[in-house]
Design a protein around this ligand. Sequence first.
Ligand SMILES: [Zn+2]
Length: 75
Amino acid sequence: MKNKNLCMICGGSAKEGHTTLTVDNGERLVVLRNIPAMVCTNCGEEWIANDTAIRVEESISATKSQKSQVEILAF
Ligand SMILES: [Zn+2]
């Protein structure tokens, strides 16, 4: 992917790190921890690659059959 190491907010350089995402899909709150992400060393903006985002979506939809209101998943 082009320019994946450049921050879209400030243009600063980013390094690989991890982030935590919290998603409310209407049925429950899903917290995904330890997601591989790019982190801007200048402004702290975090973002994830497209293929990672697809895996995040899959992880969230995989919780659908469960009855709990909160799911905390290690990615
Ligand atoms: Zn930045």
